[in-house]
Design a protein around this ligand. Structure first.
Ligand SMILES: Nc1nc2c(ncn2[C@@H]2O[C@H](COP(=O)(O)OP(=O)(O)OP(=O)(O)O)[C@@H](O)[C@H]2O)c(=O)[nH]1
Length: 312
């Protein structure tokens, strides 16, 4: 099956027997994918199954891109029945570009590379198995094998982009670190696989509580890190308190054994200025987490600042 050119777009063609596809053909059917070629989401790809996809930074977007230079609702890809795809910019702040020129509306071909913020994307037509093997490579590089959430390296890469944006815009940022209390004891009491199950369930609880536009990663063994965009300190505290309670009330269980679990949390909220650095903000959140441990665990501590230089 080779893609054929029609109405200016490259479309996949498929051979059908009696109007239907046999199993092998079905496996080779080419479907449209949105592929992210560069920027903080490089390597991600999304199968375009719906009629339209809004791309943006906010929770309301169908495809959320972490690039801080992308608008909350930046652009939309509309997939027509004949599989042609129309690109439209949604009056984004920084615009969308093709070949160096700002575009509002454009019928896409597979050669087109759209630039939005620092993100370059294009449409590709792939069969399921090809897309699956590429997704597997992406997962291995950017996600944690046990929990499926971002790994530390991928988190730092994205968090640095977000941090640079916050610096330029003097924006609010919250870093939340959390760590399972007495996790070694759980491994010792219930076994390592039970400990693994706790980590998987915990990451699912945290994921559920996150907005799509925020970041969650496994930072170390039983330590997780979250970056909350534009979140004032009261909202960050309320959110952290909710996850602490959600974890405390969750019936963690492994092979019939109940595993009571709590977490300690450190929160650092900061309006980011030119003097700030991401490692420092993370260290301060980690110090607050350490304090939460010292003060009895199953609690949260908030890092306090009295100057641009650091915490009180
Ligand atoms: N099951 C499991 N255990 C892990 C994993 N990664 C790290 N650990 C264990 O997590 C435990 C962390 O123990 P500590 O750093 O002593 O901390 P803790 O027992 O949680 O005590 P506090 O943090 O002070 O409440 C160690 O026993 C590690 O072996 C993992 O992927 N799976």
């Amino acid at each position: 099956m080779s893609p054929s050119r029609k109405n200016g777009s490259l479309l996949p063609s498929t051979t059908m027997v009696n109007g239907t596809l046999d199993h092998d053909q079905a496996k080779r059917v080419l479907e449209p994918y949105l592929v992210i070629l560069s920027g903080c989401d490089r390597g991600r790809q999304f199968k375009l199954e719906q009629q339209s996809y809004v791309i943006g930074r906010s929770d309301e977007a169908d495809i959320v891109i972490g690039d801080p230079k992308i608008s909350r609702r930046h652009c939309v890809f509309t997939v027509f029945k004949d599989r042609r795809i129309l690109f439209e910019d949604l009056q984004s702040t920084n615009g969308s570009f093709l070949g160096g020129e700002r575009i509002e509306k454009h019928w896409l071909t597979m050669q087109d590379r759209i630039l939005a913020g620092d993100t370059v994307m294009r449409i590709d037509y792939k069969c399921y198995s090809e897309a699956e093997s590429e997704q597997a490579l992406y997962r291995a590089a950017y996600t944690d094998a046990l929990t499926g959430i971002l790994n530390r390296g991928a988190f730092m890469q994205r968090a640095h982009e977000e941090f640079s944006f916050c610096k330029r815009n003097n924006a609010l940022l919250s870093i939340v670190m959390c760590d399972v209390d007495h996790f070694k004891r759980k491994n010792d009491t219930y076994g390592h696989p039970a400990g693994d199950q706790v980590l998987k369930d915990l990451s699912a609880i945290l994921s559920e509580q996150m907005r799509k536009e925020d970041l969650l990663a496994r930072y170390g063994g039983e330590e997780f890190i979250m970056l909350l965009r534009e979140t004032p300190v009261d909202a960050a505290i309320g959110w952290a308190e909710r996850i602490r309670e959600a974890v405390m009330c969750y019936p963690f269980n492994y092979q019939g054994q109940t595993i009571p679990t709590t977490i300690s949390i450190g929160v650092c909220t900061r309006r980011i200025s030119a003097v700030d650095s991401l490692p420092t903000i993370i260290r301060i959140a980690d110090d607050a987490l350490y304090l939460a441990k010292q003060n009895g665990r199953n609690r949260l501590e908030i890092a306090q600042f009295n100057s641009a230089a650091g915490p009180r």
